[in-house]
Design a protein around this ligand. Structure first.
Ligand SMILES: [Zn+2]
Length: 349
C-alpha cells in the first residue's frame, strides 16, 4: 500500500507528462460531448458555468495538482494503476485515496443532487469532463511500476525532447491577472496562462499529446491553425466526428467498463517490441508506432466525447432516454458503487 501511495505521489509530481491528453485532447473530448447535449442539458450547464465554456473548464482539474493547492489530494483521481494479472476489486490493490473510477462515480452522483449549490456543481462538472478524458487515455490505466509509461524513455521521430504548451494558474485574483498581463477567465474564476515547457519524451507523453501533434502536422485541414487558437480543438472534434467510424458498443457502459477498455488498449500501447532501442535504454518511436496507434487514440477521443455527452444528458435531462438498456445501465452502475463501498471509504472532495 505504501509503495502504491509513493508511486501515486511521484506520478502526480511529474508536471507535463501527467497532464492527460494535454489541453487539446481534453478540449476535443468536451467539444464532442457538447455536440451531443440536449436543450435541457445545455441550459443546466449554462447555469452551472455562468458564461464559462465547457471545453475550457475541462482543463481546470490538471491545475489542481500542485503542492499547497487545497485540491492537491485529487491528483490520484486522474488515473488508476493495475499490473498485469492484478484484480482491481481487491482491498490491497485499490487506492483508498481514490482513483479515476471512484472519482467519476462521486462526480456523477454530486451533479445529480438537486440540492447541491451551483458553485460546487461547477467543480464536479469540470472533474467529470476532465476525468472522462483521462480514463480513456490508455496509459491512465497502465502499470504503476512505470508510472503509466512516464518512466519509459523514448525518442519521437528522432527527437529526445519536445516542447508542449502547459497551462498554469496565477490564482483566483483578477488583480494578479492584470499585473501579469494575462486574461482572467470568468467562467473558471481563475487567471490562466500558457507556458512552453520542454520535456524529455516518454511513452506517456506520446499518448497525452504527441500522437495528436503529429496528426495535426500532416493533416491539411488542421496544420495551419495555431496551437493555442480555440479553432484548433473545434476543428479537430469536427474532423474526428466526420472521419472516425462511430465505434460499436460504446453506449451504456459503467465507469469500470471504460477503465477495462483502456487497460486492454494499454497493452497495445506498451507493445514496443517492434521499436528499436538506442543503446539499450531509449525506445525509438516514429512512423511505425504512430501508424499502429493513432487510430486507437482517435477512437478513444470520440468514444470519450460521446459517453460524456450521454452521461451529462442522463444527469440533466429526465426525458433523455428511458429505454431498457438505459435502465439496466443504472442498475449496473449502482452495483459498481456498492461493490466499491465494500472496499474503500466514501470518496469526498
Ligand atoms: Zn488529468
Amino acid at each position: 500500500m505504501l509503495k502504491k501511495l509513493a508511486l501515486a505521489a511521484l506520478f502526480a509530481a511529474i508536471p507535463a507528462a501527467s497532464q492527460a491528453w494535454f489541453d487539446l485532447g481534453h478540449k476535443v473530448v468536451c467539444e464532442i460531448a457538447q455536440k451531443q447535449f440536449t436543450q435541457k442539458t445545455k441550459e443546466a450547464l449554462k447555469d452551472i458555468l455562468k458564461g464559462g465554456d465547457f471545453p475550457s473548464s475541462c482543463v481546470w482539474p490538471d491545475l489542481r495538482k500542485g503542492r499547497g493547492d487545497p485540491l492537491a489530494h485529487t491528483a490520484v483521481w486522474h488515473f488508476l494503476n493495475l499490473e498485469d494479472g492484478e484484480n482491481y476489486f481487491v482491498k490491497d490493490h485499490i487506492n483508498k485515496q481514490g482513483d479515476v473510477v471512484q472519482a467519476l462515480l462521486l462526480c456523477a452522483s454530486k451533479l445529480a443532487d438537486p440540492n447541491l449549490p451551483l458553485n460546487e456543481k461547477k467543480i464536479y462538472l469540470s472533474f467529470l469532463g476532465h476525468l472522462t478524458g483521462d480514463i480513456h487515455q490508455p496509459l491512465h490505466a497502465g502499470h504503476g511500476s512505470d508510472l503509466g509509461g512516464n518512466k519509459i524513455a523514448v525518442t519521437w521521430f528522432g527527437a529526445r525532447q519536445q516542447t508542449a504548451d502547459i497551462k498554469e494558474s496565477h490564482g483566483q485574483n483578477p488583480a494578479l491577472c492584470t499585473q501579469h498581463g494575462e486574461v482572467f477567465d470568468s467562467g473558471l474564476g481563475e487567471c490562466l496562462y500558457t507556458r512552453k515547457s520542454t520535456m524529455n519524451m516518454n511513452l506517456h507523453g506520446v499518448w497525452d499529446g504527441f500522437l495528436f501533434d503529429r496528426f495535426i502536422s500532416i493533416t491539411p485541414e488542421l496544420e495551419k491553425i495555431p496551437s493555442n487558437d480555440p479553432l484548433l480543438y473545434k476543428a479537430y472534434a469536427t474532423y474526428l466526428l466526420a472521419h472516425v467510424d462511430q465505434p460499436q458498443n460504446w453506449q451504456y457502459k459503467t465507469f469500470w467498463d471504460w477503465a477495462q477498455e483502456s487497460i486492454a488498449l494499454s497493452r497495445a500501447a506498451y507493445d514496443l517490441s517492434k521499436d528499436l532501442r538506442h543503446g539499450g535504454a531509449v525506445y525509438s518511436l516514429g512512423k511505425d508506432y504512430y501508424q499502429r496507434n493513432i487510430g486507437a487514440a482517435h477512437k478513444q477521443l470520440v468514444v470519450a466525447g460521446l459517453r460524456l455527452g450521454q452521461t451529462l444528458n442522463r444527469i440533466f435531462d429526465k426525458a433523455f432516454d428511458d429505454s431498457a438498456s438505459a435502465t439496466s445501465f443504472d442498475t449496473e452502475q449502482d452495483k459498481l458503487k456498492s461493490r466499491l463501498l465494500e472496499l474503500v471509504p466514501v470518496l469526498e472532495l
